[in-house]
Design a protein around this ligand. Structure first.
Ligand SMILES: CC(C)(COP(=O)(O)OP(=O)(O)OC[C@H]1O[C@@H](n2cnc3c(N)ncnc32)[C@H](O)[C@@H]1OP(=O)(O)O)[C@@H](O)C(=O)NCCC(=O)NCCS
Length: 183
């Protein structure tokens, strides 16, 4: 497991899936804002490609996020679009609604940076987020990401086009937070 100050990033467990699905994807507005595609209902028992891990997929590393204190599941985190030639990747995260606004998102970004830069030897990490997602923008900027551009009207979300902000962080500019022992 990778440890931050407050959260840990571990492998996806089978019993994480129904919780993540209900909390993150059953809500149409939440899901529409978090995904680059339309919300669709999924029948019980259907394997949800957003949550079921394909162990053969090399370009996509999914984690479940837990509280270090007690081990409660609080969300998902992903390093995706890993490009081993250019040594770049994207990061994504989503916390359960009750776990937002407690500093966990900022901590998850820090742990994903450690995984990307240190464990995987990447050179550049990127985040795309809706321009009105202040919490995500702050969590990224707290970790040193800089705004590199605005993708105008790039996301169709619940009846309107929204802008997305593209943020980047280079390994040479990253200032890692002190890490807990064993993290
Ligand atoms: C975006 C998200 C990951 C941020 O994580 P979080 O744990 O809620 O954020 P944090 O508690 O670490 O707060 C980060 C900063 O944003 C601020 N913040 C938190 N919630 C906020 C809100 N609703 N509105 C404005 N600012 C907010 C915090 O005060 C903090 O600012 P500071 O560093 O200046 O103190 C989380 O809210 C989430 O999962 N949202 C839904 C899914 C999503 O949008 N994912 C990102 C898709 S790219």
């Amino acid at each position: 497991m990778l440890k931050g100050g407050k959260v840990g990033l571990r492998a996806r467990h089978e019993d994480d899936i129904p919780v993540l699905r209900t909390e993150l994807y059953d809500d149409v507005v939440n899901a529409s804002r978090a995904e680059g595609g339309p919300w669709r209902p999924l029948s019980p028992g259907t394997k949800d490609p957003r949550l079921v891990v394909d162990g053969t997929e090399q370009k996509h590393v999914p984690f479940s996020v837990i509280e270090l204190d007690g081990g409660t599941l609080v969300g998902t985190a992903t390093l995706w679009g890993i490009d081993t030639h250019n040594r770049t990747a994207h990061i994504g995260l989503a916390l359960l609604p009750a776990s937002r606004g407690k500093g966990y998102g900022t901590d998850v970004v820090a742990v994903l940076c450690h995984y990307g830069f240190v464990v995987r030897g990447l050179h550049r990490l990127q985040i795309e987020t809706l321009a009105d997602n202040d919490a995500m923008l702050r969590a990224a900027e707290r970790n040193g990401f800089v705004r590199e551009g605005v993708l105008r009207s790039s996301a169709w979300v619940m009846g309107e086009f929204l802008d997305e902000v593209l943020l980047g962080l280079l390994a040479r500019d990253w200032k890692p937070a002190p890490r807990p022992a064993g993290g």
